[in-house]
Design a protein around this ligand. Structure first.
Ligand code: FES
Length: 184
């Protein structure tokens, strides 16, 4: 099941909710009935992770998944988008920090520090201003526009126009194969 909002025919922003493409994994999911009875702490719930099958995602698409109760964007970037993102000097950025949970806290916000494979961007869909969900392929930088107060993000999820103070967060994730990612 997926709901779709379409900016352009080839640039679609899907929301996958509990489809075959997303499966909760790990001990936290297997033990859910027991944990639920024990009124689990947020720390326990935070262990949840998801696996995402990348094969349905076409070049130029940004797909929205649900991760730990919040939107997560997985975007398959085109060569032009990658080149645009890599050409931006860190000195031009509002937030010069990568905000990538896979890297040291002070890693600079180069495009390379925002992804594992240039074609794939895996990034939080929570605006760093007040938590709205930005819309893909809108705004002046080709990334996302947050309609709540006008923040704009580029194709690496870096904030380029406020009031959002920080880049969209990159969660902990890893590639299980060239077409499968585990987030969390
Ligand atoms: S919540 Fe996104 S700009 Fe305010």
């Amino acid at each position: 099941m997926a709901t779709t909002t379409t900016a352009e025919p080839t640039r679609r922003d899907f929301l996958y909710i509990a489809t075959g493409s997303v499966a909760a994994v790990g001990a936290a999911a297997a033990l859910w009935p027991l944990i639920d009875q024990m009124n689990p702490s947020s720390a326990v719930l935070a262990l949840a992770s998801i696996e995402i099958d990348l094969t349905p995602i076409q070049v130029g698409q940004s797909v929205t998944f649900k991760f730990r109760g919040h939107p997560l964007f997985v975007r398959r970037r085109s060569p032009a988008e990658i080149a645009t993102a890599k050409a931006v000097p860190v000195s031009e950025l509002i937030d010069p920090i990568a905000r990538n949970l896979n890297l040291p806290d002070d890693a600079p916000a180069t495009d390379a520090n925002r992804e594992t494979h240039p074609e794939w961007l895996v990034v939080s869909g929570v605006c760093t201003h007040l938590g709205c969900t930005p819309t893909a392929y809108e705004g002046d930088f080709g990334g996302w526009l947050c309609h709540c107060h006008g923040s704009q993000y580029d194709v690496a999820g870096r904030v380029r126009k406020g009031p959002a103070p920080q880049n969209l967060e990159i969660p902990v994730y890893s590639f299980l194969s060239p077409t499968r990612v585990k987030v969390g």
